[in-house]
Design a protein around this ligand. Structure first.
Ligand SMILES: [Fe+2]
Ligand SMILES: [Fe+2]
Length: 475
């Protein structure tokens, strides 16, 4: 069951050849997907040989095989974790029933919406990152970017498989629409805000893979609890790939910080202008990028109070992070949770029914996980003997969704006037000038083992290869 059939046109471990209609439908979608990859995937990458991992089995050991691949020839396919015997719906009003192997009719529309929303983010991030290959700071980083990109492409396949297999004609239409909406497109944008933002430079890319791919992790973890078993099984496998994306983000930011600290110590200065003159990114700018990506990403969890979130949970479609590890009744009726609101110019906590606050519950779990990495970045600065510390902004800062949208809140959590916001915005969020400065550092480094001046080399290479390994052959 767990080994993957690579002889089919579409690699899979779901015995696709047993279902000719489905196989034909997906084989019909496949060339459209490849066309999309060629049009909106990584720019100028078609002929490169990239040292990539490809899944060969979904077993914990050895599901990744490394080798040189031209990306348009990457074997995108359909890989589900093995079925767990006797699995049940573990929360909500259907708790204790056998997990569904088919879509329950009454939950069809909601389930489709959940799958479409998740699926839409996958190609969106590939589109957002498509120009980055032209300015990669090293071969190692270029390879990591491409690894993330091909796997996001595969995540799209995962959701498209569910749509085709379980949702009939409207599922097929939704699968087509995944290739028709585009990140930042004025007429057909991607569904969620953060996926229409630009990822214009590598600092943005690392922040994105640290913060926004981590949103992916939490959404996938919540879906991995779903009573709809095929969704749980496919998201569980996606999660194994997601870990690498967050690794790229965390180590990327960490290496930028390390290089900056090194330059600060050499120059014995903390003056951002002098730090910039040395061709590295000053810590204050890194903090502003962090503020931006953190705030934009936590909006992805949705409104603090949401009747949809309650419905998704009650009906067993989407659980909490680590639902089955939690020690409560998994029904949550009558329980409450604290959300933020503004009263008389102050942030105050309000108790609301927990079922309605499940977006906030997931957001808070996410914040805890994110902050842990910020602390690890601070260790790098501390080790360099510098007093600067990065901080995650308050969760009310720069919000565009929910009760806090439209309220001006400083990174340290004070409600501020429009005038105070305007006076400080450049200190709190990346300005056009910050972005122009970061952009000015970007330039493609192609020699194996060489790194751009603004970033430190990694501690280790990929798959135990040396750091100066030829990760990309430019031919
Ligand atoms: Fe993904
Ligand atoms: Fe990802």
């Amino acid at each position: 069951m767990s080994s993957i059939n690579y002889t089919d046109k579409i690699p899979n471990n779901v015995e696709l050849s047993q279902d000719k209609t489905l196989q034909r439908a997906l084989e019909h979608w496949q060339p459209n997907y490849l066309q999309w990859w060629n049009d909106l995937g990584p720019e100028g990458s078609q002929d490169l040989d990239v040292y990539l991992r490809t899944a060969v089995s979904v077993d914990p050991q050895g599901w990744a095989q490394f080798g040189y691949v031209k990306m348009p020839e990457y074997r995108w396919g359909i890989f589900l974790n093995p079925r767990e015997e006797g699995r049940q719906v573990n929360f909500g009003e259907h708790k204790g029933e056998a997990a569904w192997q088919d879509v329950p009719g009454e939950h069809r529309a909601n389930l489709r919406r959940i799958i479409v929303t998740q699926g839409d983010t996958e190609p969106a991030s590939v589109e957002q990152q498509r120009h980055l290959g032209l300015t990669a700071p090293s071969q190692y980083d270029l390879r990591n970017l491409f690894q993330v990109n091909v796997e996001e492409g595969r995540h799209l396949w995962a959701m498209v498989y569910l749509l085709h297999k379980y949702f009939g004609r409207d599922g097929r239409e939704e699968a087509d629409a995944m290739l028709q909406r585009h990140s930042g497109d004025a007429d057909h944008p991607r569904i969620l805000g953060a996926f229409n933002e630009k990822t214009p430079d590598w600092l943005s890319f690392y922040m994105f893979t640290y913060f926004t791919d981590r949103d992916g992790k939490f959404q996938l973890c919540a879906l991995a609890e779903s009573g709809f078993d095929p969704l749980a099984r496919t998201t569980k496998f996606m999660l194994t790939e997601e870990a690498h994306h967050m690794f790229v983000g965390e180590t990327g930011v960490s290496r930028v910080i390390a290089r900056t600290c090194e330059a600060m110590n050499q120059l014995k200065t903390d003056d951002p202008a002098k730090v910039r003159a040395a061709g590295v990114i000053d810590l204050a700018t890194i903090q502003r990028y962090l503020n931006f990506h953190f705030s934009v990403t936590i909006d992805l969890f949705g409104a603090d109070e949401s009747s949809n979130a309650a419905i998704f949970y009650n009906t067993g479609l989407k659980g909490r992070f680590e639902e089955t590890k939690r020690d409560d009744d998994h029904l949550l009726q009558g329980r409450t949770y604290k959300v933020l609101a503004v009263r008389n110019g102050q942030l105050v906590e309000r108790e609301v029914p927990m079922l309605n606050a499940l977006n906030e519950v997931l957001r808070d779990d996410y914040i805890k996980d994110s902050v842990a990495g910020v602390n690890r970045w601070n260790k790098v600065i501390e080790k360099a003997g510098l007093p600067f510390r990065l901080v995650a902004p308050h969760k009310a800062f720069n919000r565009k969704i929910g009760a806090l949208s439209g309220v001006r809140v400083s990174p340290d959590g004070r409600v501020v006037s429009e005038a105070e916001w305007a006076a400080h915005e450049r200190a709190w969020l990346p300005s056009a000038e910050d972005r122009a400065f970061v952009a000015s550092l970007m330039g493609r480094v192609v020699e194996p083992g060489r790194f751009a001046n603004w970033i430190a080399p990694p501690v280790m290479g990929i798959n135990r290869q040396p750091v100066d390994f030829e990760y990309v052959r430019f031919n």
